[in-house]
Design a protein. Structure first.
Length: 368
């Protein structure tokens, strides 16, 4: 009996020594990603997601993100079905969550029928006329709306937006942990590039390569910023930040040292298949076919085996730190040989992810 009492007493002291989980006090007023002040009356329990991609963000700070959903857009299900299937396998209730739109359009009738206490929209939705109508409609109905931004300047905004979600959803400790993890890895890249200011290689990033046309090259915005952070040179930097269509002659004349393609699973919009649920062998084989295009086959990048590809939707989710590490490893291997996005993915899956992320999210033709 004495031993049992001593064990219980020791356990009590151990529990008391653990740091208390931070609790958010409501009503809570926050400033969202587009500078709007939003007051949230009570801890949200029934959330509308304007973009299904933001389920990924929720899943990094909540063990059962589906339990929060009152309704959601099914855009992630259409373009990236493997992510949806992994969530459905672990959280079957997702199949019964009402659909309020497709990420582009919103069903006001569906929204009206749901008893939501918060809506979360992506910044690119909030900027459209329909998005502005949706915000006004929701707020008039008593549903506060928070806008998050993981894509307009991902490297600068991701950590802050994770912290914003953490405050709003009373998951501040979890969000701070992920944001700190993100910032530490980003700092490593920036500091190492600052210590090696010599210019990196010239790069073209081709969105959804298609043998029947050429080409959409990323500019300095979106995923294009991931080239610049490594100290490398984007041949399309003179284009608008979002990039634009360029001719085969433009790429041939620039003759970049590195070629990077972006695409989605199943080769939607492209013959190249990469991303959630894609087998690495499929991704590599389809990337090889993409650069068989005659004008690409003669580029310096292809001849030297510096051909890579990655999931196009990294600029919609806070997993984009993986893309930053992949770019660093590909473009500046002499200073980033020890940076391994595969290991970072394993740590994210172990420490943060409610549902593990699986598949070839990035690939190299050389296998490196």
């Amino acid at each position: 009996m004495i031993l049992r009492f001593a064990a219980l007493l020791a356990a009590a002291f151990l529990f008391a020594a653990l740091p208390a989980r931070a609790e958010i006090r409501y009503p809570l007023t926050v400033t969202d990603a587009v500078g709007r002040e939003v007051t949230i009356p009570a801890e949200p329990k029934a959330v509308l997601l304007g973009s299904g991609f933001n389920l990924v963000a929720l899943s990094l700070i909540h063990p059962d993100p589906v339990s929060l959903l009152a309704g959601w857009a099914n855009d992630i299900k259409g373009d990236n079905p493997a992510i949806y299937e992994r969530f459905r396998e672990k959280f079957p209730a997702i199949a019964k969550v009402p659909v309020i739109g497709d990420g582009i359009t919103v069903s006001f009738e569906a929204v009206l029928s749901l008893k939501a206490d918060l809506a979360i929209l992506a910044n690119w939705q909030a900027e459209t006329d329909l998005g502005k109508q949706a915000i006004a409609y929701l707020e008039q109905s008593g549903v506060p709306v928070v806008v998050v931004d993981f894509n307009s300047d991902a490297l600068e905004n991701t950590a802050d937006n994770m912290r914003l979600l953490g405050r709003v959803l009373n998951r501040e400790d979890e969000a701070d942990a992920f944001a700190d993890f993100y910032e530490a890895r980003l700092k490593r890249i920036r500091e190492r590039v600052a210590a090696h200011p010599e210019p990196g290689p010239t790069v073209v990033m081709d969105a959804f390569p298609n043998p029947e046309r050429c080409c959409f090259a990323y500019g300095t915005g979106g995923l294009g910023a991931f080239i610049a952070i490594t100290g490398s040179r984007n041949i399309a930097e003179s284009l608008p930040p979002q990039g634009g269509t360029v001719s085969a002659e433009f790429i041939v004349a620039a003759d970049p040292e590195v070629y990077i393609a972006t695409a989605s699973p199943g080769g939607i919009y492209s013959g190249f298949s990469v991303g959630p649920g894609v087998d690495p062998a499929e991704a590599r084989a389809s990337l090889a076919r993409a650069v068989e295009n005659p004008f690409l086959a003669n580029l310096k990048a292809v001849k030297n085996g510096r051909v890579h590809g990655l999931w196009n939707f990294f600029n919609a989710v806070p997993l984009n730190i993986l893309a930053a590490e992949a770019f660093a490893h590909w473009l500046r291997p002499e200073i980033f040989a020890d940076v391994d996005p595969d290991e970072t993915m394993k740590e994210i899956n172990t420490r943060f992810a409610a549902v593990p992320f699986e598949g070839a999210y990035w690939i190299s033709l050389s296998g490196q």
